[in-house]
Design a protein around this ligand. Sequence first.
Ligand code: HEC
Length: 108
Amino acid sequence: MTFFRRWLPAVLLVCASPVLAGEAQPDGEAIYQDNCAMCHSHGRMSVSNTSTWQSLIDDQGVDKLYANAIHGIGRMPAKGGHPDLAEDDVKAAVDYMLQESGATLPSK
Ligand code: HEC
């Protein structure tokens, strides 16, 4: 039993790690360029509008932004109109957009 208690957490950790399990991490920048840049590289919702994105983060929180990007909101189509994208792909694109916007993310 000592064996399991000692090593099981380590084994589970290794299996749960996407990198070690050989799963590719989604490339947020590439996903953004292919699926989101046409609407988010200019205008009101441009990633260059730091204050727009800062307000969204402060008012709603990042999880809500993920959900709205995945399910759509207002004139923003679900997954940017690309239903073939995985939810993790959309989240990676949101992460990239928030990083590009220069907004300050809440500490996790
Ligand atoms: C067809 C144009 C269009 C495309 C493509 C698009 N968006 Fe949007 N997006 C919008 C518009 C317009 C809004 C503002 C929605 C509103 O508040 O009415 C928005 C808002 C958002 C928001 C803020 C949601 C909120 O809570 O207010 C996020 C996050 C977002 N988009 C992420 C993405 C991601 C990620 C992609 C690519 C996978 C993407 N968008 C593709 C038009 C687009």
